[in-house]
Write a protein that binds this ligand. Structure first.
Ligand code: DGT
Ligand code: MG
Length: 571
């Protein structure tokens, strides 16, 4: 398991911490023995000469404990925090390396919980909680040994009472755990309701759903409140039991021990020391339930994380994967068929685009246009047939190289919460100059509005580009793709939010990019009209193909679309 591999690296820290722990326990064991000496030798026998050295011993023990406790806790915390953060980084790297299909199957909220909460639980279990568990065991055994040396008969009392305290504490924790599970689920629901409402505030307002949403929130909030009350009721019911048993333990020790002392079976000093031990032995029992619970949840979390670590990327470099420098940009789809979850998305797709040429792809929504891009980028692999770039199967090209050579303007624009500069240079980091970034923005007709912003290219845009219009976001993502300067450029419905005039201007700029193979996916005829070949997809098949003029003559789907889009205009 990865956790142990990471933890084992710091074995020397654990060793020092463990030695400090043993030191601290030994000092704790010694303390009642000093009390015993004071009672028996100084008070009873009147040997006042040793009083000073005994008092110094008490001070020294106090000091020693402070130091050893500090060393122990600091080291355990340090190691667990380090291991936790290493594990978190490794998990994040692993998740980033997984294929798109993994993210189709797992929801984001859950993955975030793995990276955040589950790692926290593991870190807790191998740190503070783990330390207390080890210490509790050694501590209890040591105290019992000391008790037996003082009075084997009297030790019977803690041996009977302690398991009862431990059992009650575990039962309490079990009850609390059930309520706690409900609380954390309710908490997640409450968060979802709040988050959805805040993110979708416009939709809520537009549909006048405020009252309904407030009611929904109120219900979850009340339930959350009830569960918390239930938790505290459970605590109130069990805690008095625990403290009753611990008080009982002390009183029984004093009573029975008192009788034994009167009988002369033990000294007064023995009794004082024993009472002190009895007092000290309670904490490991009291926290037993809590420890078991936290360790169990640490183990559960590590299982969940292991499951993710066991996931392998479906799409990865094959052994014979080659580099691809000097890509010319020839694209060749040969009888490509593609399935997702047993549904056929694309069947028998063949087309070829020569370097520097343009292919236009049209088709109804859901026809499979974006799927063609996903396959070319190798987010998924084909079921049968092959996709070649410069004659090389994409499955035999190193993924990094493949994607470096393709520049895509995705249909769903995603901008990072960062500056415009960062967002544009994302695909060309470190190699692009500031002037080239501005030039790309100009070609994407984004420079006009960027120049008007107060901080221009240094303007930070929100999580999903808050503060920008849909068309502005599209233009930034077009600028990003142009800046990448790859031999293959794909625009997936990338001008849909733009006015005709801006769209036209951007098209001119893109057509002027020499030596770049272009794939233009669009719903508007105007966007694909000048392409060297246009294919019309229908339910995953190529229904029509040809140049604009050829398709117009055919009077098929393309012609119908043309008529629909230009009818009013022509009249
Ligand atoms: P658009 O963008 O609305 O014009 O439509 P296209 O042509 O880009 O459609 P596309 O390729 O996104 O989707 C084709 C089919 O594949 C459609 O029936 C929905 C399905 N599909 C797309 N993405 C996924 C996915 O992630 N999982 C599953 N199971 N099906 C998907
Ligand atoms: Mg699409």
């Amino acid at each position: 398991m990865k956790i142990f591999k990471h933890a084992a690296k710091y074995w020397y820290f654990y060793l020092i911490a463990f030695v400090a722990m043993i030191g601290s326990i030994l000092l704790d064991m010694a303390s009642p023995m000093v009390t015993k000496k004071i009672v028996d030798d100084v008070i009873t026998d009147g040997n006042t000469k040793i009083l000073m050295s005994l008092l110094i011993a008490i001070l020294a023990i106090g000091f020693g404990r402070a130091v050893t406790q500090y060393v122990k806790e600091f080291l355990f915390d340090k190691v667990s925090i380090t291991v936790g953060s290493e594990l978190r980084r490794e998990l994040f790297e692993h998740i980033q390396g997984l294929s798109v299909s993994f993210f189709d199957k797992n929801n984001t909220g859950e993955l975030m919980a793995r990276v955040k909460d589950d790692i926290d639980k593991i870190w807790n279990a191998i740190g503070f909680v783990g330390m207390l568990a080890i210490e509790g065991i050694i501590y209890t055994v040591s105290v019992l040994v000391c008790m037996v040396t003082l009075s084997p008969v009297l030790t019977i009392i803690p041996v009977i009472v302690l398991p009862i305290v431990g059992y009650t504490a575990i039962m309490l924790e079990k009850k609390i755990d059930v309520v706690y599970g409900d609380i954390s689920e309710e908490n997640a629901r409450l968060n979802t309701v709040a988050q959805e409402n805040l993110a979708g505030v416009r939709t809520v307002k537009a549909f006048a759903r405020e009252r309904y949403e407030i009611k929904k929130f109120k219900e979850h909030n009340e339930r959350y409140c009830e569960l918390n009350l239930k938790q505290s009721k459970t605590l109130i019911r069990y805690y008095p039991n625990i403290s009753f048993y611990t008080r009982f333990l002390l009183i029984a020790v004093v009573l029975v021990g008192g009788l034994l002392t009167i009988d002369g079976k033990m000294t007064l000093g023995d009794l004082s020391a024993f009472t002190q031990y009895a007092n000290n032995i309670i904490w490991p029992m009291e926290i037993l339930g809590w420890l078991c619970n936290d360790i169990a949840s640490g183990v559960a979390s590590s299982r969940k994380i292991k499951k993710i670590f066991d996931e392998e990327a479906e799409i990865k470099d094959s052994d014979k994967a080659v580099d691809m420098s000097d890509c010319k940009g020839e694209i060749n789809f040969e009888n490509v068929t593609f399935e997702l979850n047993d549904a056929t998305i694309l069947s028998d797709i063949s087309f070829k685009v020569e370097p520097g040429k343009t292919i236009g792809i049209m088709g109804m929504t859901g026809a499979g246009k974006t799927s063609i891009v996903n396959l070319l980028e190798r987010f998924y692999d084909v079921k049968s047939g092959s996709i070649k770039i410069d004659g090389k199967d994409v499955r035999d090209i190193k993924l990094n190289d493949l994607r470096k050579n393709i520049s895509v303007v995705m249909q769903d624009v995603f901008l990072f919460s960062d500056t415009i500069m960062e967002n544009i240079s994302i695909g060309s980091k470190g190699i692009i100059t500031q002037d080239a970034i501005c030039e790309s923005a100009r070609a994407a007709k984004a420079s006009d509005f960027i120049d008007k912003l107060k901080e221009q290219y240094d303007t930070v845009i929100g999580e999903r580009g808050v503060g920008l219009s849909g068309g502005q976001k599209q233009r930034i993502s077009i600028a990003r793709a142009i800046a990448k300067n790859a031999p293959i450029l794909i625009l997936d419905d990338s001008t849909s939010a733009l006015d005709m005039e801006t769209e036209y201007e951007i098209q001119r700029e893109i057509e002027a990019l020499k030596g770049v193979t272009k794939m233009i996916i669009a719903h508007r005829i105007s966007a694909v009209k000048n392409a060297d070949e246009i294919i019309i997809l229908d339910e995953g098949r190529i229904a029509e193909r040809g140049s604009h003029d050829e398709l117009m003559k055919k009077k098929g789907l393309y012609y119908d679309t043309y008529v629909a889009q230009y009818a009013n205009y022509a009249e």
